[in-house]
Design a protein around this ligand. Sequence first.
Ligand code: URA
Length: 249
Amino acid sequence: MTKLDIQNTIKLLNQYKLSGVDENIGNMAKNRYGKGTIKSPDKLQSKKETDFPQHEIEKDILDIDSLESLKEYMSNFKGCELHKSATNMVFSDGNPSAKIMLIGEAPGHDEDIQGKPFVGRSGKLLDKMLEAIDLNREKVYIANIVPWRPPNNRRPTDEEIEICLPMIKKHIEIVNPKAILLLGSTATYALIKNNEGITKIRGKWLDIEINKKKYPILPTFHPAFLLRQPAQKKFSWEDLKSLKKKVKI
Ligand code: URA
């Protein structure tokens, strides 16, 4: 690269930055002018987009049957670009023998720093919500769909979610909860691919099947949403009561 090339590159990057493009991570380039995703050339030649990398991950983790092994696998996992900008892989918190599993979207700033899910503002609200039905972190188990913080707390992309899906499904299988509370629209859509929005689907008990076993799941609002829309807390209260009744604890 000549000096002129370098200067031009710096100028171009500065222009990107000024226009708001301040991150360059992602598993595939996005075509922001047209529909869909541009496949990177190496993937085009070797694999169909649908083959990569979910099936490989599923194969890799097929024999994993303990949380320790899953955590180790995920800590060394390089298939999701988010790990590059994250401080920690946020695996879980709470009691692995609990009957109730809570699943959120992805770590935020505080979770990324502390390596634990729901320790920031929404986590504080979540603790209060649990307290309201006589629960706490010793009585539930908490994980996220995506275990790495997306930059600037953006929503994880569909691709990031799909990459992480086999890992959260394995996580559910190992914990084997009696009921799962899905916190927010991202966690809900990731696991059940619902067509209706969270406002419609929340409060309805559904099943997800993982490896021939059915798990009852209850979608509800995300605590971050409740912080913005406190009037919706009354619906979350209904969902919490329903959860408590289902699990009878
Ligand atoms: N929001 C989430 O969905 N998960 C966390 O761990 C923190 C905030």
